[in-house]
Design a protein around this ligand. Structure first.
Ligand code: 4AZ
Length: 310
């Protein structure tokens, strides 16, 4: 076989092999600029482009979420306590408010919901993480994904990170404008100690599990809250925004000695990668089996058209 023909054949085989597993995007975590959220401030348009709002039919916003891929949203498992039926949910992408009248928003249908298999559906359970696969992947112009950390990423206490969401504020049950709040990561043992102040009958119980991460303030006042659940806690690492946490639980909001508790994302990157890879999205609007077949036909035609070259 001539060497250029071998090159073309190799290239086509490589494309075919790649099409079998879906991977997370390499361009991520880029915001246009580099605070219920209680005690936060209004975000600016385009600042948190991966932030989405999860809607349930008949009610509207129930949780936050983040885009990690054109076809995938990362959120909390407890957002699906009422239902796990994809047809009840939609994902609002883009825009700064919860209004559907905003221009430049997309309301995406949900194809499947993947709740972490060992999640126990209790208020402070481990494994509070879920993936939502969109019916049709978004176009690159519609969003920017957030980056995921490496599984071994060290999360240093004191690092200032940001949490965003449309959850309760002091004044209202939901905030109409997306709120942002800077919160320092806390040491898990310090956080555990805080949750035992004052000492009570719960002193034997462990609150902060290995797959949880605390962020916030000993004095309270500023915190994520109901309605922010499922939304991202992000930090700048090597000049990209990396999602280290998912808003999960807390005892009340913004109370002293009760910091916000987040799902520790590095503990779940393998599960995220596996779930995305095993459930390919329709990147080209066609199904991947059909595109593989098209490529195979192309290969055969090439071999027939170039008999002298083979
Ligand atoms: C909730 O109920 C909730 N202060 C979310 C976050 C926090 C507390 C409660 C953190 O969804």
């Amino acid at each position: 076989m001539k060497s250029w023909a071998r090159c073309i054949l190799l290239l086509l085989l490589l494309i075919l092999a790649r099409g079998r597993g879906d991977v997370l995007p390499s361009v991520c975590g880029r915001s246009r600029d580099a605070g219920k959220i209680v005690g936060g401030q209004d975000a600016q348009e385009g600042q948190w482009p991966w932030q989405v709002s999860l809607w349930i039919a008949g009610e509207g916003h129930i949780c936050g979420g983040s885009l990690i891929h054109p076809g995938w949203v990362l959120t909390a498992a407890h957002c699906f306590r009422r239902s796990q039926n994809p047809s009840f949910f939609s994902v609002k992408v883009g825009g700064l408010t919860l209004s559907l009248l905003e221009t430049s928003i997309t309301l995406a249908a949900v194809r499947s919901i993947f709740v972490y298999p060992s999640y126990l559906w209790e208020d402070t359970s481990s494994g509070d993480i879920a993936l939502v696969q969109l019916e049709t992947p978004l176009k690159p112009s519609q969003f920017t994904p957030v980056c995921l950390p490496e599984a071994q990423a060290p999360l240093t206490p004191g690092t200032l990170c940001w949490v965003t969401g449309w959850g309760s504020t002091q004044k209202r049950d939901l905030s109409s404008v997306l709120q942002e709040l800077a919160v320092p990561l806390l040491d898990s043992e310090e956080c555990e100690k805080m949750y035992h102040i004052p000492e009570s009958s719960l002193s034997g119980k462990r609150f902060i599990q290995a797959d949880m991460l605390c962020a916030g303030f000993e004095e309270g006042q500023r915190d994520s809250c109901q309605g922010d659940s499922g939304g991202p806690l992000v930090c700048v690492i090597n000049s990209s925004w990396i999602q280290v946490g998912i808003v999960s639980w807390g005892f009340g909001c913004a109370r002293p000695y009760r910091p916000g508790v987040y799902t520790r994302v590095p503990a779940y990157v393998d599960w995220i990668q596996r779930t995305v890879a095993e459930n390919p999205s329709d990147i080209c609007g066609c199904n991947s089996r059909a595109s593989e077949a098209q490529l195979l036909v192309l290969l055969v035609l090439l071999a027939l058209a170039l008999p002298g070259a083979m």
